[in-house]
Structures are given as C-alpha cells and as structure tokens.
Write a protein that binds this ligand. Sequence first.
Ligand code: HEM
Length: 419
Amino acid sequence: MLWTIFLLLNGLLILVLLYSTRRRQKNEPPLDKGLIPWLGHALEFGKDAAKFLARMKEKHGDIFTVCVAGHYVTVLLDPNSFDAIINDTVFLDFTRARNQLLKRIFSLQLPKINFMENKSGHLLPHLLVFSESCIHSFSYHTAAASESTHTQNKLFDILGNMLTQKLQRVYPFYVHINRTYMQFFMLEDVSACLVGCFSFQCNAGPAAFWLLGFLLTHPEAMEAVKSEIRCLTLQDTSLQHPPINPLEAHSTPVFDSVLSETLRLTAAVMINREVVQDKILRMANGKEYHLRQGDRVCLFPFLSPQMDPEIHQDPQIFKYDRFLNEDITVKDKFYKKEKRLKYYTLPWGAGKNICVGKEFAVTAIKQFVFLLLTHLDMEMCDPEAKLPPVNPSRYGFGMLQPDGDLQVRYRLKMPQHKM
Ligand code: HEM
C-alpha cells in the first residue's frame, strides 16, 4: 500500500515537472534547460561563464536560451546583431541589472596596503594592490576637488580610506586632477553614483594592473610606449610643477592601442537586460526570434567579438599593435565573414547605457601609467615572471580579476635619468 502511494506521488511529480516546465515555442531561440530542474546551468555558469558560454555557442550557434537558477536567459553572441538589444529601451530594461550590481557594492572590500622598503630604496608592493590603491586615491581626490553633496561625501569617505602616507610620497599629483572628469558625480541619480563607486574598486584598478602587467611582461610594447612618450612635446612634468593633465591634447595611438588590447583581453562585462514586453529580435542575417516577456537577454562581448578568432587573429595573445595601422594611426576596421564590424570590442557597452565613467577611467588609467613611466624606475622582481591567470568565477562582472599578483620594485627616478 505504502509503495503504491509512493509510486503514485512520484508519477504525479514527474507529470507536474514535465508539463509545468518550459518548452521551446515556434520562432524561439534553441532552449537548453540543463539536467537539474530549476537550477539548470547555474553551477557551470557560476564556475566559469566564459567556458560554459563557449560550449553553448559551439552547440547552438550565436543565439540560445539557457536556464540559470530559475531564470531563462537568452544569450546573443553575434556582434552584428547587438544594436537590436543595446538600442532598445522600450521592450528591454536596464534598471534591474543595475540594481543587481548595487547589491554587490555592499560587500565592497577595500584592499589594505602593506609596502616594504628594501635596502636599495626600492618599494616592493604587489602590482595589483599598488595599481588599485593609486587609482582609488586618484579618483577620490578628483572627486573631492569637485563640489560635493551629502551623498557624494559618503562615497568619498569610503574611497578616502584608501589613502596612505607611502602612496602620497610616490604619487603626489592627485590633488591637481581636473575636476571636470567627475561631472557625472553631479548626477541626481544616486544609483549611478554607486555604480561609479563600484567601478573604481572593481574596474579601473584591475585595468591599470593589467595594462602595467602587459607592459612589464612585453618589453617590445613597453619600448614602443616609452618611445611614443619621449617624442611628445610635454609641458614641465616635474614633481615641483605637476601639470593637471600632461597627456591632454596629445595624440598617443600606440598607448591607445595598448589600452584597447588590454581591455579586449580583460574586460568581460555581461550586458544584461530584462524583457519587459514580448519582443521580435531581428538578427543581422535576417532571422527573427521571439523573446518572451520576463526573460533576460544577455550580450557577452568578451566571447564575441573580443576573443573571436574570426575577428582577431590569435585572440589569446597580447599584441600591443593590434589596434594600429601600418602608418601608426588608430585601426578601426575589423571584419567577420568579410562584413565590417561596428563592434569589434565592447569594453564600455554602447547606446543609452554606455559607461558614463569611460572618459574618466581612460584618463585616470593613462595618466597613472604615464606618471609611473616618467617618474619611477620600475621592474619585475623576477624578470621571468608571467602575468597571473584570470579568476574564472569573475566573468561577467566587468574587468577580470587576476588570480594572483606580480611583484615589482620601483624607486623615484633621479632627475638626470631618462625614461
Ligand atoms: C575599466 C573601467 C571600466 C569599465 C570596463 C566599465 C564598463 C562599463 C560597462 C560595460 C557599462 C555598461 C553596462 C550595461 O550596458 O549593462 C558601464 C556602465 C556604467 N559605468 Fe563603467 N566601466 C569602467 C569604469 C567606470 C568608472 C571609473 C565609473 C565611474 C567613475 C563608471 C561608471 C559607470 C556607470 C555609472 C554606469 C551605468 C550607466 C547607466 O546607468 O546608464 N564606470 N561601465
């Protein structure tokens, strides 16, 4: 008797699962629910989203829907079709994605700095801690130089905890940074301010780390950037007369190419939107797909276009001149299947919700690296050291985080020393 009830209940459960769970409807993208009901692909997604999505792309192509912890997410990996998502503010909504990001801000961890000084006068920090700390101090003082409201002051207090005496010694320019970079902090929108705060911590610091790390581990790239800087006619950049923005009004295509290549390899944001009304998605190849209200849609430009071998040859390799033409102008023509691409990298997003901190972040990162190269002698403690691998659980949240660090040593250049 007990066995019969048990078997009946099991049968009932299987029927409920079969009929209540989702099936692919006509004109919908391929559906991959995974083996575990409700959880779907959540575990694989959380462990290494890039690997998982590459596997799904191989199986289903440029568009598919996956189940992740009860949510159905349509992933679009054809850069020529991105505009249909990025520019749609009627059927798709960005607010929810932003709020999810804000949740993470409250677990913000600011790194503690522990500098050691050795006998030769070199400071011995780890490159990641050093880059993040300098970038944060830079950002904090830029912000503090502008007129601030109560809410902004709170944000600045968090960022201000980053400052240390040691840092002031080697990086004394921060108070002079042009206040206009922080105009977006004047926005009424507090959540945008918070996203900005998060970005200081999680995006600009690691970006500076990767950029410096690639330069230190690729001598030909370092030499190309230094030689470009040597050719600039700069104002006095001495510590006594620090300029506000030494690179302003200078064209630096080599430096820009190194930054673009760094972001191509390490910017791995997921652009998420919620489908607020049923939508027909028209792909660049003419196919149409139905997106269901309540689902999410996600672009992952890291996989395509950034790491797509059909667009970028040897995508895993750092090539400092990838974004340079032969005549040392900026290269912006890239093709996939002979079709020119509008989005050949997408580190800042695009459309209405493009990163508002882009100009500020680019200026901060470039100036930080420029000041280091012009005022410090810096080298790796172990000349054979390699860049640490990326932390695979961080795909999707902006800049990739290194799983480890690089130890470097540096000291202030003697005035007579050339770069
Ligand atoms: C390397 C550094 C950075 C990268 C790679 C980056 C990337 C991005 C991306 C891809 C988006 C668009 C997200 C979407 O469309 O779903 C975004 C949005 C945003 N970013 Fe950045 N970001 C960086 C630095 C910064 C900095 C330093 C700030 C502020 C100081 C900032 C503030 C913001 C804000 C407020 C938004 C939301 C814009 C909106 O609400 O429409 N970002 N960022």
